[in-house]
Design a protein around this ligand. Sequence first.
Ligand SMILES: *Cc1c(COP(=O)(O)O)cnc(C)c1O
Length: 224
Amino acid sequence: MSIRENLQNIKKQIGDRACLVAVSKTKPNEDILEAYETGQRVFGENKVQELVAKSESLPKDIEWHMIGHLQSNKVKYIAPFVSLIHGVDSGKLLKMINKEGAKINRKIPCLIQVHIAEEDTKFGFSEQELNDLLTEELLQSLTHVKIKGVMGMATYTDDEYQIRKEFGLLVKIFNALKKGVFSENSEFKEISMGMSGDFLLAIEEGSTMVRVGSSIFGARNYNK
Ligand SMILES: *Cc1c(COP(=O)(O)O)cnc(C)c1O
């Protein structure tokens, strides 16, 4: 099936229940343009260099999301144009995003990454770490960051029960933050969870944003 057909299929399944981030990492510009032609405007990349190169050579109305692990010293390269940073996984990174945003007078939209998977290979905060980090004092100091919600990745498994449980945990943590430190922040509303293998489960559990790559563009070849 073509990229166009894949996208149409997936959009039909999602409907207006969640925002679709088309994950185009490792894929060439022509693939992105094919998706663009069908009306897709939101794309996700996980490497800073690739994100910058693609944003420079592709249409300017594309919204670029940084979905991968981001090193603090690379924030400056994407600060001027990135539409959303999904994986904010340390206080250091959050402060650096604020600093780079201040330099260019831009409020940079972010999601806080929460560790929900059983594996300890995945990045993100625990609920306790979030409570310790997100003090009123810190939030007041973040004048150039827009915290729009949370992001999480479930364990890589076929066990649907396990995946639902982890997505449910992310929703629970989101709701607690929404009622707590972000109760005055009407922009705190996104839950980014769900990938090719589990985006429908994620939506059923309350996802507002799914990050889908291989189901749209086909399997990735990292040896290219
Ligand atoms: C690659 C990636 C995805 C998309 O994965 P697929 O299984 O190809 O849909 C989603 N989220 C993150 C953080 C990724 O790195």
